[in-house]
Design a protein around this ligand. Structure first.
Ligand SMILES: C[S@@+](CC[C@H](N)C(=O)[O-])C[C@H]1O[C@@H](n2cnc3c(N)ncnc32)[C@H](O)[C@@H]1O
Length: 545
């Protein structure tokens, strides 16, 4: 498989890489090395033009009171990093988000767009390298991204940041959100008064532990969701270019398990061979929209889901036969029908074209059946760490009643059930609850029961039925918990709440509500479920005051 297309005709230098002395000894001159080719800059400028804040084409290139203009080359100090991996720069007090720059560096950047409160730019030269607090031999902040398509692909944001620094940054990102949005008293937080007795500004401190990372942070994803389109009349499938909906052909993805890479390649080749028309976002025509593949690490089973813009697949039987013949370990071939003009991947209807309607995997000694649309954590190695932490924070003795809200296919519920008297799981996707029930039976777990529906509706019903949980576990999607659910949790008054979150900002917002409602944040464990991306997962323990 070929690598993705490059705009700059080759791998861009990763400035600072290899300059060990300078990292240990603070800032050093780099001699103004150029890092971006002109062609690439133009591509970036196009993308900036579509940004919300400011314009690079058509609109004014300067604004009253803004110290930089579009197209201007400026030197700036980088003082932070956004979760999109952009360096936060300052020019005369004005904020510039600088793509490619890292905290502690001084860079030259070309301004792509400006607005009243901030602008966007891309780094053209590294002027001074940053300083690492990890001063071990050979440790660097900036490293050369190993992925050949990193600069163009929107999937990873932090490959140019050394892995140890990523873990450190993720913890800081969590701390900052808890402090700024959640007003949580975090041990070691700036601006608060630590009394040295475990209190901060008179409040007990929450401890945010170092991020649990991976020893080998590559090839971890067990699920690939690949958009399909066409380029030059050919079917392509790969990734959305950074900041756009243009689909670029991709051969390799270094955070995917190789099995998924191979499965996707076979599906694309088969679709080309059989002339299955790719979907076009612009016209709304064509058939194949997405190829979703999963690989179960412990059983080796593979699943293919063809997301199509309609029910009929021309030469569908031949396609299934080709996949059965060519994909090792294939256990399930499904079709999901999505005809809406939307960026939502799955439609409501899924049917099995061949094999089982699920594949099976195992985490921490528990078996799980996984359906095409069910949520299943994508990094199995780190999932064990996360779930063990959730069980530890739940502090179970075997006598407790536990509610697991947003339970998916019952993963956390079944981990908890081994240590609790009774577990109630609730989840909005019916197939996921079917899986959860099947999974409980598969593992002979009889003290867990599951309900379908919005957690914010089902929990008050349980409350009315007299279910009184000792512990509530929540693991909501990125938008966090529904306010009605938080209110019910506060009324139910469990001794402990364990909050598993994939978004530190919404987590912090919800912790504030829970703290205001009588709970105290005790411990926060960040877990790196998604190395090289800006995402971080957290497991949080709250206790009733
Ligand atoms: C981050 S996943 C967690 C799943 C599960 N705890 C796990 O670890 O596999 C969030 C889950 O919440 C479900 N969900 C989203 N909104 C919901 C709601 N209002 N009520 C119940 N479940 C919801 C999603 O379908 C998804 O399965």
């Amino acid at each position: 498989m070929s690598g993705g297309k490059r705009r700059d005709g080759g791998r861009r230098e990763s400035p600072g890489a290899g300059n060990r002395d300078s990292l240990a000894g603070g800032r050093k001159r780099q001699g103004g090395r150029a890092v971006n080719g002109q062609a690439n800059n133009r591509g970036r400028q196009d993308r900036f033009a579509s940004g919300r804040e400011g314009r690079s084409g058509g609109a004014p290139s300067s604004l009253a009171g803004v110290p930089v203009a579009v197209g201007q080359s400026v030197a700036c100090d980088i003082i932070g990093l956004t979760h999109d991996g952009e360096g936060v720069g300052r020019v005369e007090g004005y904020t510039l988000f600088v793509r490619g720059a890292l905290p502690g560096e001084r860079v030259r950047a070309e301004v792509g767009s400006i607005g009243k409160s901030f602008g966007r730019a891309w780094m053209t030269e590294l002027l001074e390298v940053g300083e690492s607090e990890n001063k071990g031999e050979g440790e660097k902040i900036r490293v050369t991204p190993p992925c050949p398509i990193y600069e163009d692909c929107g999937g990873c944001q932090l490959q140019h940041l050394a892995y140890a620094e990523q873990l450190k940054w993720k913890r800081e990102h969590v701390v900052n959100n808890l402090r700024r949005i959640g007003k949580v008293a975090v041990a070691g937080a700036e601006g608060a008064v630590a009394a040295g007795d475990g209190t901060l500004d008179g409040r007990p401190e929450a401890v945010v532990h170092p991020t649990i990372g991976m020893s080998e942070p590559w090839r971890y994803r067990n699920k690939a969701q690949v958009p399909i389109g066409s380029a030059g009349g050919n079917l392509v499938g790969g990734f959305y270019e950074k900041g756009s909906h243009e689909i670029v052909e991709m051969g390799a993805c270094l955070i995917q398990v190789e099995e998924n890479e191979k499965t996707v390649r076979i599906v694309k080749e088969a679709a080309r061979l059989l002339d299955i028309p790719p979907y076009s976002r612009e016209s709304g025509r064509g058939l194949l929209r997405h190829v979703v593949v999963r690989h179960a690490r412990t059983t080796g089973q593979r699943m293919v889901v063809l997301v199509t813009n309609g029910r009929d697949i021309p030469r569908g039987e031949e396609l299934v036969a080709l996949l059965r013949e060519s994909v090792p370990g294939i256990a399930s071939i499904c079709q999901n029908i999505q005809t809406a003009e939307t960026s939502v991947v799955f439609g409501d209807e899924t049917r099995t074209l061949w094999g089982e309607d699920v594949i099976y995997d195992e985490i921490g000694g528990i078996q799980f059946a996984i359906s095409p649309r069910s949520f299943f954590q994508v990094n199995p190695e780190q999932t064990v760490q996360l779930y063990r932490k959730a069980v530890e924070y739940a502090g179970l003795t075997g006598e407790e009643t536990v509610i697991d809200a947003y339970c998916g296919i019952g993963t956390i519920s079944l981990f908890l059930a081994r240590h609790a008297k009774r577990v109630y799981g609730v989840e909005i996707i019916p197939e996921a609850i079917e899986d959860a029930r099947r999974n409980a039976a598969l593992n002979d777990i009889r003290n867990a029961e599951f309900a379908v529906g919005p957690a914010e509706v089902v929990m008050p019903r349980w409350q009315a039925e007299g279910i009184a949980p000792d512990v509530i576990v929540v693991d909501p999607p990125r938008k966090g918990c529904d306010p009605a659910l938080i209110s019910t949790m506060l009324e139910l008054r469990p001794a402990r709440i364990v909050y598993v979150s994939c978004d530190p900002a919404t987590l912090a917002r919800d912790l504030k509500l829970l703290e205001d409602g009588g709970y105290r944040t005790v411990e926060v464990q960040p877990v790196d479920m998604f190395p090289h991306t800006g995402h971080v997962e957290c497991c949080v323990l709250l206790v009733r005051k």
